[in-house]
Design a protein around this ligand. Structure first.
Ligand code: GAL
Length: 957
């Protein structure tokens, strides 16, 4: 091909061109910066209706909705947030709360939402410095996802609202910035309402970025790479949107370069003579060619990189990297799904976006852990139920080889709703892992009628207009109708075959592709084998919970035995918070998962592992610790992909059985303690064995990590499994000891869990912050600044007037040279357990401050940033304490000036308790995260009556 012949020559020119461009304009990073704003935020709860508790925001005569730059209360740049909690993002405040039966079933009874107004509005503030040298660049503030209904201000300027808890959004803040100085971001998040019927978290639970670029730049999500492969040649169609946010026209050149996974340049193309008018946005497209491309697949998720460079007058002004894969997908109404023209049966799971210990605020490395967990039992597909996921989840699926259904939140075809679909597709369209866009899930209100059909059809054609390379799907749960959604979708998702005959649908719509977007909804508690309604336990044998559902095994047999079905998605891969069906409070987590909320296998994961992948599998259930059930019959099941399995109890054979495809084996065994052993045969030969022994009681704690070393600078995490062993070294499957944890070195514990859906234990152990507002000031004019009577601990103030009754005008200044303010504040009985800070705001041009008669500040000058005092606890009492301030009054210069009347706050910080968690059926999980330094982390575990243990993990650069 022409392009290939010329490649070395073009490359040479390209590199010398780039070199000169870099030397003219500095490093390529200066053209575009993508800066994380995750660190060092301040956080406090506001209130939906009590304006005082909501920091008096939005109540001014002219509020932020009336006048530009009029953000008042906590939206004001000068608001004093020193007493607010310091934290880093991502942050989910829902997971930090306790449980309550008055809270929402859907949100796992975490005490937030309508019945908990004090814990439903969260305020975040952060100060950032933007250098003078950024003047002239375009600066965008981007949020990957905030749950939910957020309002954002910068420097008191209202930027906008975003009601979705799942879609990312960004604001162009170029014009609002204080260049060369401090800038204040304020975000109010309202999690009063739910969007889903599952746990959704609360707060800024995904990353926040500052994106800096030149006036001529590639806007957010501005590239779209499509590939087509014929024989050994792949045509890569590269679209880039370029925006000219300047006030003059621009001429420029675009160079598209493809590098392979080793970084080798494999193709490039130049688009010359491009131009844009001021404030114009345009798409520029070119085709590149890759010969003998390595295809992206589940087994070999090979990724390429497209580097888009924009040159204006030979100067590199923007560089943008797009990761993509080269692969083909095809759905066939009779034969199912093909990846790279190879038939692949979809072995999928549905998942929500929360994990034990951390809720919705998942560190990036946790995405990898979860995808690897699902892959470990052979799953090859992931449905993002029922909302746009965080970008890092999709990156993990691209990297690890997991197919994805990317799902829109609310079905609808108004402009707004279609715009949400557009945002989702434009954000995610370059991920090779995504094979379908889901436009809706079980829309009972419309799915069987003509309105549903119209909406589905509009959404489907809209999706096609943006991305024709992947089909839209809709998950459907109703019966067969002649009107509804089932009649219009090219790729229909069936939620539960008990609701609908796939055979009939296929017969009626022979050209329609079908897959099972939900199947299962079975209920199981990990490690439990008898139902107990009182204890809210569901047995872990794979049985249908009711006539409205079927077992995972029956579901898979249905889908795997019909070639026209592309495959199925189990409801669910991971357990999640909320939806504790079939129970209610105090069950707080789901029972649907193949693995629990920590990722520990329930037995059915072994069923899937035996039929969803090819390694030999032999797994026995239940455990063999049944004191009290001696001589009673116990169902023993074997999951295996062997041809035959023979079971032994204490060496005595209980018979060899032949395995049917996609099935399992069962024996009824009279319980005697000892050893259950199974031997699996393939082609008549012993292939694998499995032993389950009756254990003694727990004696020793045991810690195991999924990683021995962590990448210090990447906020890397280790997932630590906690278990116990008996004296003989056997893991005890029924241990329920409470274990306490301490950590030293460059990491912290960020959450604990144990997979028990009824556990009401804390996920996080955090310091508590109590803030006392200093109010009800009284004042008295005094002649001398160095008064002594008025500042004593006990002073009768009955004759003093309410502070600030008199206007602080010049006349007041003439009359009053010194003034004493007094008030009281109450400390709790256990105040000595806290660190106590006084965040003072100046009330005078000069002031001395007294607490209980003791001077803590002597004639200090006015400080616009406030003064902070760490209070000596020996000068304080529980109950009433007095505060006296002698000040030379602050005066207005103009009649409209506002003189500070707020002396500040007293903040009590009480240290967090040590992390602890009970083992649940033998297991618990601790998640630790690096704090950024290189060193050695030691996690120690102790429990009453057990030998303690510790684990060392290195953090490396
Ligand atoms: C489905 C629904 C899922 C989940 C599941 C529980 O109807 O789509 O989100 O609620 O039921 O059985």
């Amino acid at each position: 091909m022409k392009n290939t012949l010329k490649a070395p020559f073009l490359l040479l020119i390209f590199f010398s061109f780039c070199l000169s461009a870099f030397s003219q304009s500095g490093s390529k990073e200066q053209n575009r910066e993508h800066v994380s704003l995750d660190k060092d935020w301040r956080f406090a709860f506001g209130h939906p209706s009590d304006t005082k508790k909501d920091f008096n925001t939005g109540i001014a005569y002219f509020s932020y909705l009336a006048k530009a730059g009029f953000g008042d209360g906590a939206a004001n740049a000068n608001f004093d947030d020193r007493s607010w909690r310091k934290l880093d993002l991502p942050h989910d405040w829902a997971v930090e709360q306790g449980f309550s039966k008055d809270a929402s079933f859907s949100h796992g009874f975490k005490a937030i939402g309508r019945n908990f107004p004090d814990k439903s509005i969260g305020w975040y503030r952060k100060k950032i410095t933007i250098p003078q040298s950024d003047l002239g660049r375009r600066i965008h503030l981007a949020f990957d996802g905030v749950f939910r209904n957020s309002i954002v201000w910068i420097n008191g300027h209202y930027l906008g609202n975003q009601d979705s808890g799942y879609l990312g959004f960004e604001y162009d803040i170029t014009d609002y910035i204080n260049y060369g100085g401090e800038n204040t971001i304020a975000v109010r998040v309202d999690a009063t309402m739910e969007e889903g019927w599952f746990y959704e978290g609360a707060g800024i639970y995904r990353h926040v970025w500052l994106n800096k670029s030149n006036e001529l730049h590639i806007p957010q999500n501005g590239t779209f790479v499509k590939t087509k492969t014929k024989d050994n040649t792949t045509t890569v169609n590269a679209l880039v949107t370029v925006a000219n946010d300047g006030k003059a026209s621009k001429s420029f050149q675009i160079i598209q370069t493809i590098t392979d996974a080793t970084g080798k340049n494999v193709s490039e193309k130049t688009i010359n003579s491009c131009s844009l008018n001021p404030r114009e946005n345009k798409d520029f497209t070119c085709d590149l060619t890759v010969e003998n491309a390595t295809l992206w697949s589940i087994e070999n998720p090979y990724l390429y990189q497209m580097t888009t460079s924009i040159f204006e007058d030979e100067k590199l002004v923007d560089t943008f990297e797009t990761t993509f894969g080269i692969r083909t997908i095809r759905f066939d109404a009779n034969e199912g799904f093909f990846l790279n023209e190879k038939h692949v049966k979809i072995k999928g799971t549905n998942n929500h976006q929360d994990h034990a210990g951390v809720g919705a605020a998942m560190p990036d490395a946790l995405q990898d852990f979860r995808i690897k967990t699902l892959k470990s039992f052979g799953s090859n597909a992931y449905r993002c139920s029922h909302n746009p996921p965080t970008p890092e989840l999709l990156e993990a699926c691209d990297r690890l080889g997991m197919l994805v259904i990317d799902e829109n939140r609310l079905m609808g075809s108004t402009q707004n709703q279609l715009n949400d679909v557009k945002k989702l597709i434009e954000r995610d369209r370059n991920h090779p892992s995504i094979i379908s866009w889901s436009v809706g899930n079980e829309e009972w209100g419309i799915e069987n009628d003509i309105v549903g059909a119209r909406i589905a059809s509009s959404m489907q054609s809209y999706v096609k207009s943006i991305d024709a390379s992947r089909p839209a799907t809709a998950a459907f749960s109703g019966g067969i109708g002649s009107n509804g959604i089932t009649t219009v979708m090219d790729l229909l998702g069936i939620n539960y075959i008990v609701n609908k005959s796939t055979d009939k649908q296929h017969q009626l719509f022979p050209n329609q592709c079908l897959w099972g977007t939900e199947e299962g909804s079975t209920n199981a508690t990990r490690g439990e084998y008898y139902r107990d309604n009182q204890k809210r336990i569901m047995p872990a044998y794979d049985k249908a919970p009711s006539a409205s559902f079927i077992s995972i095994e029956n579901g898979w047999r249905h889908y795997n035995s019909r070639p026209y079905l592309a495959g199925m998605f189990v409801w669910t891969g991971f357990d999640y918070r909320g939806e504790p069906t079939p129970f209610d409070f105090p069950s707080v987590g789901s029972y649907f998962g193949m693995v629990d909320q920590c990722g520990f296998y329930k037995d059915t994961a072994w069923y899937l592992k035996s039929w969803w992948q090819n390694e030999p599998v032999l797994h026995l259930l239940p455990h063999w610790n049944w004191t009290g059930k001696e001589n009673q019959s116990i169902e023993v099941w074997a999951y295996s992909n062997c041809d035959e399995v023979e079971l032994f109890l204490n060496r005595k054979s209980l018979g060899k059985k032949t395995m049917q495809k996609d099935s399992h084996l069962e024996w009824n065994v009279n319980y005697t303690p000892g050893t259950l052993e199974a031997i699996g045969y393939k082609n008549g030969k012993k292939s694998i064995s499995e032993i389950v022994k009756t254990t003694g009681t727990a004696a020793i704690l045991n810690l195991e990590s999924n990683k021995n070393s962590l990448e210090a600078w990447k906020n890397d995490i280790a997932m630590i499994t906690v278990s116990t062993k008996d004296k003989a070294g056997l893991q005890v499957p029924i241990a329920d000891n409470e274990v306490s944890f301490t950590i030293s070195g460059p990491a912290k514990i960020i959450g604990v869990g144990n997979g028990n859906p009824t556990s009401l234990e804390a996920d996080k152990y955090l310091e508590t912050i109590t803030v006392l507002n200093i109010e009800n000031l009284k004042e008295k004019m005094v002649a001398d600044f160095n008064v002594s009577d008025e500042t004593k601990e006990n002073v009768a103030t009955d004759s003093w007037q309410k502070a600030f009754t008199d206007d602080r005008n010049a006349a007041f200044g003439e009359k009053v040279k010194n003034i004493v303010y007094r008030t009281e504040f109450e400390l709790p009985a256990n105040y000595t357990e806290s660190t106590i800070n006084f965040f003072y705001n100046s009330l005078g041009k000069q002031q001395s401050i007294f607490i209980n008669g003791k001077k803590i500040a002597d004639a200090i000058p006015e400080n616009k940033h406030g003064d902070t005092f760490l209070l000596d606890k020996t000068m304080l009492h529980s109950g009433k304490n007095t505060l006296a301030i002698v000040a030379t009054p602050l005066l207005k210069v103009n009649s409209w000036d506002v003189v500070n009347q707020n002396p500040g706050t007293i903040q009590l910080i009480t240290k967090a308790d040590n992390y602890k968690r009970k083992l649940f059926n033998g297991l618990a999980q601790v998640i630790i995260q690096t704090t950024g330094e290189v060193g050695e982390v030691k996690l120690s575990a102790t429990a009453n009556g057990l030998k303690s243990t510790e684990i060392i993990i290195k953090t490396v650069q």
